[in-house]
Write a protein that binds this ligand. Structure first.
Ligand code: GLP
Length: 240
């Protein structure tokens, strides 16, 4: 694991964007595994700025996102599909046909998970971007998720529902379930790029980097991946 500690969120975002941009420049057909949440927003802004100012092109890039809330349609403003359009896809020259997320409003969630797993077999991520839940989750793989899991239906923990409620008008509106890539799908990526910021992540960062590998802290499994870069601000790194 390569751990890069930055002064603040902005520096974290800039460094992470540089890695993404270099990858796209060296491989214009790259498959980018993407994440939502507050952590990657700054990175996406730098990528969008670079696309506009320097012309880095995403025309032949394709994307696979980690997860989606169950029950929200792609036009719901809290869906991850909406998040990806408003934070990145609408600001770069990507073809929306090449962007993929699990569909949270699919009538048959099992069939949707199967579809996504099949898709991931043909779209191996050159890089998988990750944030980190304060309980150590990656994607929506909550503590206890088996290490060999693939895309599945998740019952969100109270902790995650509470963390994510800040983005909804009330906690009752936060979906209770999500579809998430499994840990195996994440570990299949050729490389992993995690962005983490804030004091509330410090304990999870410590466990992920220095603790034992345990399903109780899903991100600790990243210790087993050969190409992981973790970019964290000094608050998130404060317990290292
Ligand atoms: C959600 C997402 C995760 C994300 C996590 C952290 O639960 N499913 O992919 O990493 O939140 O979010 P944030 O970056 O907002 O702290």
């Amino acid at each position: 694991m390569k751990v890069i500690i930055t002064e603040n969120y902005d520096e974290m975002s800039k460094k992470a964007a540089e890695i993404m941009i270099d990858l796209v420049k060296s491989n214009p057909n790259a498959v980018l595994g993407l994440a939502t949440g507050s952590s990657p927003i700054g990175m996406y802004q730098y990528m969008a700025k670079d696309c506009k100012e320097n012309g880095t092109s995403y025309k032949n890039v394709s994307t696979v996102n980690l997860d989606e809330y169950v029950g929200l349609t792609a036009d719901h403003d809290q869906s991850y599909a909406y998040f990806m359009r408003s934070n990145l896809f609408d600001h770069i020259d990507i073809d929306l046909k090449n962007t993929n997320l699990p569909c949270g409003s699919a009538p048959d969630t099992n069939a949707e998970c199967d579809r996504y797993n099949t898709l991931l077999e043909t779209k191996k991520q050159d890089v998988q971007v990750l944030g980190l839940g304060s309980n150590g989750h990656i994607g929506f793989n909550e503590p206890g998720t088996p290490l060999d899991s693939v895309t599945h239906l998740v019952d969100l923990t109270e902790n995650t529902i509470k963390d994510n409620s800040r983005l909804f008008s009330s906690i009752d509106e936060v979906p209770r379930q999500a579809l998430s890539m499994g840990i195996k799908n994440i570990m299949n990526a050729k490389s992993i790029l995690m962005v983490v910021s804030g004091k509330n992540k410090a304990e999870a960062v410590r466990g992920m980097v220095k603790g034992e590998i345990t399903t109780a802290l899903p991100a600790s499994v990243l210790q087993l991946h050969p190409f992981v870069t973790i970019i964290c601000d000094k608050d998130a790194a404060s317990l290292l």
